[in-house]
Design a protein around this ligand. Structure first.
Ligand code: DC
Length: 206
């Protein structure tokens, strides 16, 4: 059997990581894990009074399919629980097991290339300016019926950037060997192509 091939995709909120990761996973026939969902599940539980560490220790794969994980409130709660070292530690095994499944996988998040899978065969760091990311997120939220202003979304995105980048535990930063893709001026199709080219460079011919 061929060794698993892990692709780590990191970057700030709404940079296009999810879209790129899904497309890359499909292109290479790999499974995909949006690791933000793990923190969103834990964050959502804290909104109903559950302790964050207990919620992280109790996390099961089925929880990732819960409804309402995509709201701005849950996003902020996720970013807050993500600073807690014990929460991060409780979520490591699940992510690493997923990364090394047969064939391999694409994982997207903030610390995949730096902490969760430092040995990943391919690493991407996907960015875009805060204004462009906020605009994309605002379109997405209003299309799905959320009543938010562009300014509120920009404030939210900046608050999460600040917390995700400056926390002590596994802060958001590119791995030294990550290929950086700035999607600010790119179409979705171009960003996906750039990602596929970058990964193909690292992938042995099969
Ligand atoms: O990718 P996302 O927007 O769904 O992530 C929600 C929050 O979860 C994000 O603000 C920070 C945290 N997160 C993290 O700390 N590490 C990850 N690997 C993924 C997400």
């Amino acid at each position: 059997m061929t060794a698993p091939f892990t692709i780590a995709v990191d970057g700030p909120a709404a940079a296009g990581k999810g879209t790129i990761s899904k497309a890359v996973a499909e292109h290479f026939g790999l499974a995909h894990l949006d690791t933000g969902l793990l923190y969103r599940v834990v964050g959502a539980k804290t909104l109903t009074g559950t302790d964050a560490i207990a919620a992280a220790l109790a996390l099961r794969a089925e929880d990732l399919a819960a409804a309402n994980l995509r709201t701005p409130e849950v996003a902020q709660a996720a970013s807050k629980v993500a600073v807690i070292a014990e929460v991060r530690a409780a979520l490591i095994d699940f992510q690493r097991a997923f990364a090394r499944r047969a064939g391999g996988a694409v994982l997207d998040g903030r610390d995949i290339g730096t902490v969760i899978c430092p040995q990943a065969e391919a690493k991407l760091f996907v960015t875009a300016s805060a204004e462009i990311r906020a605009h994309r997120r605002w379109l997405e939220l209003t299309e799905t019926g959320h009543d938010v202003t562009p300014d509120e979304v920009l404030t939210d995105v900046k608050a999460r950037d600040e917390r995700d980048t400056n926390r002590a535990e596994a802060p958001l930063k590119p791995a030294r060997d990550a290929v950086q893709i700035d999607t600010s001026e790119m179409s979705i199709a171009d960003a996906i192509s750039a990602a596929i080219v970058a990964v193909s460079d690292k992938r042995p011919q099969r």
